[in-house]
Design a protein around this ligand. Structure first.
Ligand SMILES: [Zn+2]
Length: 154
């Protein structure tokens, strides 16, 4: 499947996914207060966008070359599917990826992880970056209590 065909296939799948998700939640949305409405829309968005990330990542995986030999010992690599669930910035999703294992070196590699810039752990790079930024911009507990005391003296 070339890129144009892949794009069309993903768009069609997403239209179906979005339609199903909205049909399931729409009756509730029409009677919800704004707080509930926003919460439910955010939940639906995470399902839909997580599905989009999964499909685009699967498209990336299709285009990756299969490593022929172990880079360390040049031995034969054993291929297997190894799904990787992640908590992401826009949703929770699972990367369905190939994993290549060298029995001699007792090491494996997942080329999709490297292609996507994914390190270890269960959190996507985008969410990890957001989290670090949020912690930096958030006032420290000590600073917050100091400003609270200052405020109380007024
Ligand atoms: Zn090896």
């Amino acid at each position: 499947m070339d890129r144009t065909e892949l794009s069309s296939a993903i768009i069609q799948e997403m239209q179906v996914l979005m339609g199903e998700a909205l049909e399931a939640v729409m009756p509730e949305l029409l009677t919800a207060d704004l707080a509930t409405l926003e919460q439910r829309v955010q939940q639906v968005g995470r399902v839909i966008l997580g599905g989009l990330v999964e499909r685009v990542a699967a498209g990336h995986a299709q285009a990756l070359p299969r490593p022929a030999r172990c880079p360390a010992c040049h031995g034969t690599l054993k291929r297997r599917e190894r799904p990787r669930p992640l908590v992401g910035l826009v949703g929770d999703y699972t990367l369905h990826r190939a994993y290549y294992w060298c029995a001699a070196c007792k090491r494996g590699t997942a080329p999709l992880d490297a292609a996507l810039g994914l390190g270890p752990g269960e959190v996507s790079p985008g969410l990890a970056r957001w989290w670090r930024g949020w912690r930096w911009t958030r006032p420290s507990r000590r600073r917050r209590s100091r400003s609270r005391r200052r405020w109380a003296r007024r």
